[in-house]
Design a protein around this ligand. Structure first.
Ligand code: GDP
Length: 432
């Protein structure tokens, strides 16, 4: 799964690692490679573009930390963003409070819908949840046989009625039986067509209306890349799905479907099929999948640890410097950044002894957007101005405001805040 994508990304990062210090141009080059790899994996232009914009925004200014290189940090950024792209967090099957939970399986013919229904039944049964299958794929008699055979092998009861083609009736009767037998879950295998058509959607809508399913799971063939994404979107637009199961992920799926479906439909991938056997169904974990794609488990752990250490090191350095030479705007910005990163007041106070908690509490109210604005303002100053903010007269402030695209009033407010903090620090220093 994702072998090609994985290998290409690894090659890209290997090249970056070889460089040690990364210039902005190196990062741009690297990201251009990532872009190419994603497009080759059949991720859409738009999603690829959005993905890279997010990575690039975070990658600007990655610097050498104590024990991890910029390239390694870049891996971590790509990992985080891949996780988001794949769906953020694991979404399992939602069980109803009153049994049975009704799961409607939908999808095109050949997507693996019947096989997957059986796999899911097997999994739920193994979890101790009595599960029933309902054969509502009435247009393909072989499908009923197939489901019955699978059910027999797995010892999962199957409801079928060859005497009617009324799928609503079959679905309802199947659920009734499930209620009577005290099943926890009833999985309805519906009919698929070779492509999306109105008749199929109307039928699914009628079944949906009649049985009010707790889950509508779209089964899509992961090997078909962008087609799977379009199909998912089509089904979602027509009947609304609650989740996706991607099948045939054991094959040479290029990854495009898995990487795009959530971004396009905002519906989570809940499971993936990884083989023909009944046990070849896995829960889908976006973070683990991103890790598997990047094959860089060690690097990720290392970067996480180093980022933790970075804050402490930086805080110590800052404290020493502030004691010796007082605080300048650069320190102010670093302090604000650390606050943003750590979020918790307690942590900061521990790291910056001597800083008044009231000022910090006030400062920590900055939201992420304001933080970016603050940063833009400070970065629009010259190094000298940052060291000696008193240099910032009216015309300099106007220049800084223009350079950062923020109003002068905001520049003034920042300087005020800074002076407050500076005063506080001085008082603290005298006391100690
Ligand atoms: P349906 O028409 O959607 O009900 O599709 P079926 O359940 O009959 O599956 C179509 C084919 O796909 C069968 O040969 C299955 O064995 C195969 N299949 C389903 N899921 C997977 C999977 O995850 N991996 C592989 N390799 N084959 C699968």
């Amino acid at each position: 799964m994702f072998t090609e994508l994985s290998e290409k990304l690894e090659a890209t990062f290997a090249r970056l690692r070889g460089r040690g210090v990364l210039t902005d141009a190196d990062i741009k080059d690297g990201l251009r490679e990532v872009r190419r790899v994603l497009l080759e994996a059949d991720v859409s232009f738009q999603l690829t573009g959005e993905f890279l914009a997010r990575v690039e925004k975070r990658a600007v200014g990655v610097t050498q930390l104590k024990s991890v290189s910029p390239a390694q940090q870049l891996v971590k950024i790509v990992y985080d963003e891949l996780t988001l792209m794949l769906g953020e967090r694991k979404e399992g099957l939602k069980l109803s409070s009153v049994p049975p939970t009704v799961v409607l399986m939908v999808g095109l013919q050949g997507s693996g819908k019947t096989t997957t229904s059986a796999k899911l039944a097997r999994k739920l049964k193994a979890e101790g949840k009595a599960t029933r299958l309902v054969a509502a794929d009435v247009y393909r008699p072989a499908a009923i046989d197939q489901l019955e055979t699978l059910g027999r092998d797995l010892q999962v009861p199957v409801y079928a009625d060859r005497g009617t083609q009324d799928v609503v009736k079959i679905a309802k009767a199947g659920i009734e039986q499930g209620k009577k037998e005290r099943d926890r879950v009833v999985i309805i295998d519906t009919a698929g067509r070779t492509q999306i058509d109105d008749e199929m959607m109307q039928e699914l809508r009628r079944v949906k209306e009649a049985v009010q399913p707790d889950e509508i799971l779209l089964v899509a063939d992961g090997m078909t890349g962008q087609d799977a994404v379009r199909i998912a979107q089509g089904f979602n637009d027509a009947i609304g799905v609650t989740g996706v199961i991607l099948t045939k992920m054991d094959g040479d799926a290029r990854g495009g479907a898995a990487l795009s479906i959530y971004g396009v439909t905002k519906k989570p991938i809940k499971y993936i099929g990884v083989g023909e056997k009944p046990d070849a169904l896995e829960e889908f974990h976006p973070d683990r999948m991103a890790g598997r794609i990047l094959q860089q488990g060690d690097v990720l752990t290392l970067v996480e640890k180093a980022q933790g250490a970075f804050d402490a090191d930086e805080a110590k350095r800052m404290e020493k410097k502030i004691k010796k030479e007082g605080m300048d705007l650069q320190d102010f910005l670093s302090a604000m950044k650390q606050m943003e990163k750590l979020g918790s007041m307690q942590n900061i106070l521990k790291m910056l002894p001597g800083v008044n908690s009231k000022v910090l509490a006030q400062a920590s109210k900055v939201d992420p957007k304001r933080m970016k604005h603050l940063e833009a303002i400070v970065l629009s100053m010259t190094a000298q101005e940052r060291k000696k903010p008193e240099l910032l007269n009216g015309s300099r402030r106007a220049r800084v405001a223009k350079g950062s695209g923020r109003p002068v009033s905001e520049v003034n407010r920042l300087l005020e805040q800074f002076r407050e903090m500076q005063k506080m620090m001085k008082r603290m220093a005298v006391k100690r």
